[in-house]
Design a protein around this ligand. Structure first.
Ligand SMILES: C[S@@+](CC[C@H](N)C(=O)[O-])C[C@H]1O[C@@H](n2cnc3c(N)ncnc32)[C@H](O)[C@@H]1O
Length: 222
């Protein structure tokens, strides 16, 4: 697949949102609480926060409960329609826009995050997305995103074709190199949600980073 995947591919892929059931939202609230905790631990939840690839809004709604007004952008009208219904009682604004061309001026935001989005692109696409987030961040602003861990997705890892495997599970060294090339200065990692464990606080230990569903990267624009 081309590096900057065609927007129509993404829109088609995320037409299947009727799979979204209360259980999905329940997991996304756990994840949103974990993200809010990571944000608090690494500089705070900014009053105005952008979620890139908001999907049906489960994560954004929870992050908004931690003091942020969340602007959620997504390419998929189906995802946005679900998010519009789901986020109606939360402090979340929704917009149809691409992460490759964010509708914000340079250096205008303190915080951008993306939950389960960067695995959709290969290294070239990821670099473009990282640069675009970097463009809209103020100096000192953070881009926070996660990548899947193999230990939590073994079947997907071992049954995927090489190209998909490389896209979904890039080595941490690749992500670190891309972050450096797109201009971020300091980068730290944190474990995401642990299997069967719903509390938002997860110790930042090697074992937990290995076992968690995803690993978060917190990158600062100098
Ligand atoms: C796996 S879903 C994650 C949704 C949500 N962040 C969550 O964790 O529940 C990925 C989302 O990213 C959106 N997306 C993919 N590429 C995008 C792009 N270039 N710009 C904006 N949104 C995009 C998809 O439409 C989809 O809603």
């Amino acid at each position: 697949m081309a590096s900057n995947q065609k927007e129509s591919y993404i829109v088609d892929r995320y037409k299947l949102w009727d799979r979204w059931k209360p259980a999905n939202y329940s997991y996304k609230h756990v994840k949103g609480a974990r993200i809010a905790q990571i944000l608090e631990d690494t500089g705070g939840v900014a009053p105005l926060t952008l979620e890139l690839g908001v999907g049906p809004g489960g994560v954004a709604s929870e992050v908004s409960r931690h003091g942020a007004k969340v602007i959620g952008i997504d390419l998929s009208p189906d995802a946005l329609a679900l998010a519009k219904r789901y986020c109606a009682r939360y402090n979340v604004n929704l917009m149809r826009a691409s992460g490759f061309a964010l509708p914000f001026v340079d250096r205008s935001l303190d915080l951008v995050y993306a939950s389960q989005v960067l695995h959709l692109f290969d290294a070239v696409g990821r670099l473009a997305l990282l640069k675009e987030a970097h463009r809209v961040l103020k100096p000192g602003g953070r881009f926070v995103f996660d990548m899947k861990n193999i230990t939590s997705h073994p079947a997907r890892y071992w049954t995927s074709k090489k190209e998909k495997r490389e896209r979904n599970f890039p080595p941490t060294s690749q992500i670190m190199a891309l972050l450096k090339n797109s201009g971020y200065s300091s980068v730290v990692t944190r474990p995401g949600v642990l299997p069967l464990y719903k509390a938002p606080r997860v110790p930042n230990l090697w074992l937990f980073r290995l076992l968690s569903h995803t690993t978060f990267f917190i990158a600062v624009r100098p």
